[in-house]
Design a protein around this ligand. Structure first.
Ligand code: DC
Length: 223
């Protein structure tokens, strides 16, 4: 079974998907983490995000793996190296949307996501899972929240991770990424026509997970 969870940054997708996968006994596949790992490698090789040819060539010879960590969270492996912490740093977040908008990069990543997702029951979270990666997913959700609330959540998360950043800087980053992710030519962020829209602004994480679980367990209505 494939469950697609899409939505903008800061809406709570990753946390919800992790808990949802755990409660269903599924594998959690964080597509954003894969684009972040590639972005880290591009930075380490001093590649310019505008040099699409070099970025695509790099993507084609990069190994990205997701594996379960001892705490139950996902560990992200870039060419066998654990980069789970590093890919969350602001310098990666600032650049990731520019790397992820490159068509050739997306082709490589989508292929890998399909391979990983097809190998077991999975929850995949990202921007284009229900529209492009698995258009035939068994269940599709689009998780959203008010912009202010998304900024507040992302700021709290970064502070808890020990990153010093102002609310204004987080707001500017989210606005910039929302724009790039939803206006790019290739597979932009968009709610799939058959995805269930969930506004999580006034919901706790537990409520969102509960809502998803009950919808997944309910018989699917087909029109
Ligand atoms: O969910 P996140 O913030 O970790 O995602 C980081 C970036 O990766 C996001 O700004 C756009 C890109 N991304 C994408 O283009 N397609 C996906 N399916 C998932 C993420």
């Amino acid at each position: 079974m494939i469950i697609a969870v899409d939505g903008p940054a800061g809406a709570g997708k990753s946390t919800v998907s992790r808990l949802l996968a755990r409660s269903l006994g599924f594998t959690d596949i964080d597509a954003g983490a894969m684009y972040r790992a590639l972005t880290l490698k591009a930075l380490e090789h001093n590649l310019d995000a505008g040099d699409t040819e070099a970025i695509v060539a790099m993507a084609q010879r990069t190994s990205i793996g997701l594996t379960a960590g001892p705490d139950g969270g996902i560990r992200v492996l870039l060419d066998e190296r654990d980069v789970t912490q590093e890919i969350r740093l602001p310098r990666i977040t600032r650049l990731v949307s520019d790397v992820a908008k490159v068509r050739g990069v997306r082709e490589v990543m989508v292929k890998l996501q399909r391979k990983l997702g097809a190998s077991c029951d999975s929850v995949l979270d990202g921007r284009d899972i229900g529209t492009a990666v698995f258009p035939d997913a068994d269940r599709k959700f689009y998780i959203d929240a008010d912009f202010k609330e998304r900024v507040r959540r992302r700021h709290k998360e970064m502070k808890e991770a020990g990153q010093e950043i102002t609310l204004e800087a987080v707001a500017a980053d989210l606005k910039n990424r929302d724009t790039i992710d939803s206006t790019r030519d290739c597979n932009p962020l968009k709610k799939a026509a058959d995805a269930v829209y969930i506004d999580t602004t006034d919901m706790t994480i537990e409520q969102v997970v509960g809502e998803l679980v009950s919808r997944i367990k309910a018989p699917l209505k087909r029109n």
